[in-house]
Design a protein around this ligand. Structure first.
Ligand code: HEC
Length: 177
């Protein structure tokens, strides 16, 4: 019996191998299908401020608003002597404070607290324009699509790694290439 059994297994072996190959193929297809489904955007990669998240026109509008309503406190050169300027909104210090936080947080903090003298109340769209300008001024690229007042925009993460234009000069050793 023992011998017969062994003989049986030996003759079944090619079929077993075939089954193994078939199983591998099925597994492979399932794997690829899953991978494709995943890439299909169930969980999109986290967007950051480097991903061209605002439009140029938006930043240009924001720049006007910023010059009218923000500069006088946030640009040390424009703050009257003896008065303490607000924290910088352009340059490495700003990025340091805000990196890893979201556009939603920045938006909220401007919307709720700025200008701190209550001289004007910005609308949500105006605040987005100002945020776009601040991203541009901090060296982030613009793209074809404007930031909208929606959840996707609010989840965009502020990151390091852009050299600030203009006033951001003090960046020094690390940021330079
Ligand atoms: C009257 C002066 C004044 C004006 C005008 C003003 N700010 Fe400020 N801002 C401050 C001061 C002071 C602080 C710091 C204390 C605080 O958070 O209230 C500040 C804080 C901030 C912060 C947080 C900075 C950080 O890194 O913690 C942001 C962002 C900001 N301002 C943006 C703006 C924008 C955008 C405008 C224009 C719409 C504006 N501010 C207008 C005085 C001002």
């Amino acid at each position: 019996m023992g011998v017969g059994g062994r003989g049986g297994r030996a003759s079944a072996s090619p079929r077993a191998r075939l089954r193994f190959v078939a199983a591998l193929a099925v597994f492979g297809v399932a794997f690829v299908t899953r991978a494709l489904a995943g890439a299909g955007g169930v969980a999109p990669a986290q967007q950051t401020t480097r991903d061209k998240v605002f439009a140029k026109a938006q930043a240009t509008r924001g720049s006007d608003l910023y010059a009218k309503h923000c500069d006088r406190c946030h640009d040390p050169a424009k703050v009257p002597p003896g008065k303490k300027p607000g924290p910088p909104t352009i340059g490495p210090k700003f990025i340091e404070t805000w990196q890893d936080r979201t556009i939603g947080e920045l938006f909220g903090s401007i919307m709720n607290t700025m200008p701190s003298d209550g001289s004007i109340t910005l609308t949500a769209d105006q605040t987005l324009d100002v945020v776009a300008y601040m991203l541009q001024a901090n060296g982030f690229p613009d793209g074809p699509i404007a930031m909208k007042n929606d959840d996707a925009t609010k989840e965009i993460v502020i990151v390091k790694g852009q050299r600030a234009k203009g006033k951001g000069r003090g960046e020094g050793k690390k940021g330079r290439r």
